[in-house]
Design a protein around this ligand. Sequence first.
Ligand code: ATP
Length: 342
Amino acid sequence: MTHEIAVIPGDGIGQEVTPAAVDVLEAIAVDFEFVEGEAGDAVKAETGEALPRETREIAADADATLFGAAGETAADVILPLRQVVDSFANVRPAVSYPGLDAVQPDTDLVFIRENTEGVYKGIESEISDGVTTCTRVITEDASEKIADFGFDYARNNDYDDVTIAHKANVMRETDGLFLDTAEAVAEERSVPRTDERASGDTASEGIAYDTALMDALAMHLVMHPEDYGVVICPNLAGDMLSDLAAGLVGGLGLLPSANVGEDNALFEPVHGSAPDIAGEGVANPAAMILSAAMLLDHLGYEDEGDRVRTAVEATLEDGPKTPDLGGSASTEAVTEAVVDRL
Ligand code: ATP
């Protein structure tokens, strides 16, 4: 069966790492048909629109989308694209790999980030000169859906530890609802964690869960990432905590992500367009290639996804490596090494 894959490289290093992921998917020899769409700063400069209707349609009609990065126009591109694929969950694994000089070499975390609301709903206004507001939207439906997804993810991916991140002591209404709703799901689907976080023990059976204030969680993640598995977060917290975790495992060049909807999904690296290195051909393609591996999993090709992850892991360990990981190899050389290993 042929799967149609929308490919939207976007801006900056998106133009460099997206072809790398396509090369890898072609090497895997699954029957994919790639349909390319334009989006981002360059197409806005040309046409006045950062996300042309044709590109939206390509993503809507495809079985899955690979997206690179957008620059200045990111909010006009990726937020609507996530809506096009109706994605409610943003899955962001942060894993440390052997052979890399990671700040925390025992990290194996997955952030499950609510992807539709919070402050990213985009309801902002200037109510008078020098005074602005942002409306934070949290609903019971979306909170329940993301918590359920998080527990499904933990079960299907052998994580026995779920943490619900919140700031309900300050945002009493919005995060109060997020926390109460997620905890109700957690109580049905796991055993509450009663041990001390510092002890590193988990409950003896099933998935253990606890809740954590997101600011304290940031500190604990830096010091003891090994204590955590799946972390369910409201939208902005998930964005920030996953970038923090990128720093623990070796940088943004390593973190893939999936935006998952009921019937469609979009896969993109956590990093942005990296204007500081764009055009130099030295962007680390690992995050984008690992995003392609998540795409393979999503379409039911888990063995192929595992093969890609194994090839990327071996390349990260033995090289060649891009400059962000202390090497001097180009994006193309690293991609070729991954393809050769496949
Ligand atoms: P955005 O606002 O779109 O996220 P940004 O420039 O603020 O863009 P990133 O594009 O994610 O953020 O880049 C942050 C830093 O990480 C930059 O120094 C960039 O060079 C580095 N970086 C990001 N992705 C990669 C990559 N794939 N390979 C090497 N370095 C990267």
